[in-house]
Design a protein around this ligand. Structure first.
Ligand SMILES: [Ca+2]
Ligand SMILES: [Ca+2]
Length: 240
């Protein structure tokens, strides 16, 4: 009697394990929302000019390897992070990353929610993008700090874990982002620099920096993602 019960229990456990692994092989879809929570004219330059913060189009990259886009303390790899950070143009970066080792997908986001055309997100506006992933996958998103020479928002180079102990991540992930300097263009004062995104005469204009990718930690609110943006991730339940 005991033996029979035992084998029934084992059989049930085995079939549960089978169901579990089938579910794990099924990718989870995630909606990522990046919202500009800053206020219009929130910032004042040294010369008294008021300016608003905007974030550029960017990439949402699902990857398995760490450091697929940059390495902190090393020079930019020349794969498009420069155009992302200086001009708010993620297209070259997206092309370089597509099919790269350890990269599973690259999705460009460039059109704000409820807008008809690509453009930056101004205060109150948001981008939304959907990616799919399985346990073990990581997420990196990139977007330019639009009033800078070469600053971009991204998580640490290892990316954000999309699953914890097999469960899909959900909620506010803003605290996992930082603001980085790509080390490719010499910085001017944010919001008024003549060679910055909104004011430069054409793309890729400005004094070359020949520096390394590094975090910007100047104490300003726009350098702290949680003070100027909200990034949330929501697993989308599969249709039954
Ligand atoms: Ca710089
Ligand atoms: Ca520039």
């Amino acid at each position: 009697m005991f033996t029979k019960t035992f084998s029934i229990v084992i059989g049930a456990l085995l079939s549960l394990a089978g169901v579990g692994s089938a579910n794990e092989a099924e990718p989870t879809q995630f909606t990522i929302r990046l919202e500009n929570t800053s206020k219009p004219d929130a910032f004042t330059a040294a010369n008294g000019t008021k300016w608003s913060l905007a974030f550029s189009p960017g990439t949402a990259v699902v990857h398995t390897e760490k450091s697929v886009i940059f390495t902190s303390g090393k020079k930019d790899r020349g794969q498009g992070l420069e155009a992302q950070s200086e001009d708010g143009d993620p297209s070259t970066l997206a092309r370089s990353l597509a099919g790269a080792k350890g990269v599973k997908s690259v999705t460009v986001f460039n059109t704000p929610v409820n807008a008809n055309a690509p453009g930056p997100i101004t205060p109150g506006a948001a981008y939304e993008v959907t990616v799919s992933a399985i346990p073990g996958d990581r997420l990196t998103i990139t977007a330019m700090m639009g009033q800078s020479n070469d600053w971009f928002y991204a998580p640490a180079e290892s990316g954000i874990e999309l699953f914890k102990s097999g469960s899909a991540m959900s909620g506010d992930i803003t605290s996992q982002l930082s603001m980085w300097d790509a080390g490719t263009e010499v910085d001017q004062e944010p919001g008024i620099g003549s060679e910055q995104g909104p004011r430069q005469k054409s793309a890729n204009t400005g004094k070359a920096e020949n520096g390394v990718v590094h975090k910007v930690q100047d104490g300003k609110s726009y350098s702290k993602p949680s003070e100027v943006m909200r990034v949330t991730i929501t697993p989308v339940m599969p249709a039954m």
